[in-house]
Design a protein around this ligand. Sequence first.
Ligand SMILES: [Zn+2]
Ligand SMILES: [Zn+2]
Length: 144
Amino acid sequence: MHDHHDHSHCAHAPEGISLTPGRQLVLDKLCEAGRPVGAYEMIDLVAAATGKRPAPVSIYRSLDFLQENGLVHRLATRNAYLACGHRHDRTARVAFLICESCGRVSEVSSPDVDANLGRLAESSGFAPTAQVIEMTGRCRDCAA
Ligand SMILES: [Zn+2]
Ligand SMILES: [Zn+2]
């Protein structure tokens, strides 16, 4: 198994961001999972860890906070969240390669795509707030 995602800084918030224990736990669980996790699955994971079932709204708030601070990405097509160890800012352009066969998700970025997308938005007078590309298909292992 190979992993393109750098998880070494995964569970640590950057300086200047303090996480409540609840938010830290959500981040820890996402990092442990190493794959996209939906909000309801997260409720189960937190319940299993704490012995107490959290309210959905508190899980959504934690996920929103982590997302706003660039610690997790939301995959719209899966309605799921993925921890990010890259510490790029919230509006960074990233692409996700989502394998429909094994569920592996790789986060990739490319300066070329970045520049082209930037020009595309600019020429349309569009001010993006989130720039995430999701590609579904088969990963190298599953295609083999
Ligand atoms: Zn990222
Ligand atoms: Zn695969």
